[in-house]
Design a binder for this molecule. Sequence first.
Ligand code: PRP
Length: 217
Amino acid sequence: MEQRYLTIALGKGRLASQAMKLFEQTGITCEEMKDKQTRKLIFVNEEQKLRFFLSKGPDVPTYVEYGAADIGIVGRDTILEESRNIYEVLDLGFGACRMCICGPKSAKELLQHQERIRVATKYPHIAKDYFYNKKHQTVEIIKLNGSIELAPIVGLSEVICDIVETGSTLRENGLLVLEEVCPLSARMVVNQVSMKMEHERITKLITALKEAVFAKQ
Ligand code: PRP
C-alpha cells in the first residue's frame, strides 16, 4: 500500500525556521521552503511523503486536533492557552522563555494580599488558571493582542501575564518579573488518531528528533 503524506503544521516565524533546522539534522529537508520570496503556504517533500504548512501559532493546535495536520510544532504557551485534545510528545528545547506576572515594583504587594487587581494579557486562559486555580485570587482579566507591557504603564492594569525571554522589554519599560507562572519552549504535538494510525512513522520521527535535541545540548 502506498504511504500517505504526513502533514506537519508549523507556527510561522522564528519557531518554524528553528524547527526546520532540527528536522534537517534528522535528514528531513524541504527545499521549497527555503525560498524567502515565496508566498506558498504548503510545501511538499515527495520522497519522504511529508507536507509542511505554515500557520499562525495559535491555529496550530486547531489544525492538529481536527487532523488537518498530523503533527504540529508550537510554543507551550499556545498549547496551554488553546487547551485542545492533542498529544504533547516532545520538548524541542528551542524558544525557551517564561510565562510571568510582571508589573512595577509597587504591584508586588497587591499580589501578596489577594487584592482584586486587573491583569492584562494575550493569554486569558493561562492567567485565569494561575490566579483562580493556583493562587485563589479573584482578578479581572483584560485581553490584549500585543505590546502587553504598555498596560501597567498607561494605567489599564496593575500587572500583566506575559512571556519574558531576555527581559529587555521589561527593563526598558521600568517593569519587573513579580512571579513566575511556568517555563515555556517549543513542543511537538500529535493528533490523537494519527498517533494510532501512523504509530511507527511518528514514533520514529519522535526518536530521531529526540536524538537531535539531545545532540544540541
Ligand atoms: C513578546 C512578549 C514580550 C517580549 C518579551 O512579545 O510578549 O513583549 O516578547 O521578550 P524579551 O523578554 O526578550 O524582551 P512579541 O515581541 O512577541 O510581540 P507582542 O508584544 O506583539 O506580543
